[in-house]
Design a protein around this ligand. Structure first.
Ligand SMILES: [Zn+2]
Length: 260
C-alpha cells in the first residue's frame, strides 16, 4: 500500500511539473523577414542545377556498378560553379567521397552544419516521363534524378553561400557544409566527417539535414503549417524472423482453404 501511494505521488508530481512547465512556456518572438527583395540570377541557378543533375552520381550497394568518374565530375564541377565559395572556404575530402567545407565566421563557437548528399538512387528509365539525367527544363520545372533528394538542397546551400560571399557577408558563427556521396548506401563518408568533427572537438549548435516537409493539418490541434524538429539521428534495425512448424495441417472451411 505504501509503495502504491509512493508511486502515485511520483506520478502526480511528474504530471504537475509537466503542466506547470507547459503553462510557463513562452515561445520566442517570431522573427519577421525584412521584406527586402533579394536579387538572384534565376537562369544561372537553374543552369547550375541542370549541370549537377547531368552528373550520374548513382549509388549502388554493389560497388562494381558505381561510376566513380561521375562523382569526380561532380566534385570538379563545384569550383567552376561556385568560385567564391572555393576561394573563401576550405574544402576537404573525407571518407570515400564526402566533402566538408569550412566557412569561417566571426566566432568558431556554436557552428552550424548544413548537410546534403549528392549521390542518387538508380533509375528505371521506363518509369520516367523524361530522361532522368538530362536536366530538362520545361514549363517552369526541372526534371531529373536527385532534384529533391538532395541535389536541390545542395544547390540551394551553394547558391546562397556564393551570393552572400559576393555581398561581403560574414556569418556570426562558423558554417560547415557537409556533403556525402554515399548517403543512399549508408557508406562511410558521412561517419568520416563526424569523426573529423570529434577529432577537432567541434560541437555544432545546429545541424540542418534533409528531413520531412513543412506540413499543414497533420498534427491534431495545430492549425498552421509546422515541421518536425529532429533531436536525434534516426537509426535502423533489421530483424530476421524464422517460423518453424510441423506443416501439413489443412483447414477446410466454406470458401477458404488454408494449409500450414
Ligand atoms: Zn536523401
Amino acid at each position: 500500500m505504501i509503495i502504491l501511494s509512493f508511486i502515485l505521488a511520483i506520478i502526480i508530481i511528474f504530471l504537475a511539473i509537466l503542466l506547470v512547465r507547459a503553462a510557463m512556456f513562452k515561445p520566442h518572438k517570431e522573427l519577421k523577414p525584412s521584406g527586402g527583395r533579394i536579387e538572384l540570377d534565376n537562369d544561372r541557378i537553374v543552369d547550375d542545377m541542370v549541370q549537377m543533375i547531368r552528373c550520374k552520381t548513382v549509388s549502388y550497394n554493389d560497388e562494381s556498378l558505381i561510376d566513380k568518374t561521375e562523382f569526380k565530375k561532380f566534385q570538379d564541377l563545384l569550383p567552376q560553379l561556385y568560385p567564391r565559395v572555393h576561394e573563401k572556404c576550405r574544402r576537404e575530402f573525407a571518407g570515400v567521397n564526402g566533402m566538408l567545407y569550412h566557412w569561417k565566421g566571426k566566432s568558431a563557437d556554436e557552428p552550424v552544419v548544413l548537410m546534403a548528399h549528392y549521390d542518387v538512387v538508380p533509375v528505371e528509365e521506363s518509369q520516367w516521363e523524361k530522361p532522368a539525367f538530362e536536366g530538362i527544363v520545361e514549363d517552369g520545372m526541372i526534371w531529373g534524378r536527385g532534384t529533391l533528394d538532395t541535389k536541390g538542397t545542395f544547390c540551394g546551400i551553394m547558391e546562397a553561400a556564393e551570393k552572400l560571399i559576393a555581398d561581403g557577408f560574414v556569418p556570426e558563427h562558423d558554417v560547415y557544409f557537409a556533403f556525402s556521396g554515399q548517403e543512399e548506401i549508408n557508406g562511410p563518408s558521412c561517419p568520416a566527417i563526424v569523426d573529423l568533427f570529434e577529432e577537432r572537438g567541434i560541437r555544432p549548435a545546429l545541424v540542418v539535414d534533409e528531413g520531412g516537409a513543412v506540413v499543414e493539418n497533420v498534427f491534431p490541434g495545430v492549425t498552421r503549417e509546422c515541421a518536425l524538429i529532429g533531436i536525434a539521428e534516426k537509426g535502423l534495425t533489421n530483424i530476421e524472423f524464422k517460423a518453424k512448424s510441423g506443416g501439413g495441417t489443412c483447414l477446410h472451411a466454406p470458401g477458404a482453404y488454408y494449409c500450414g
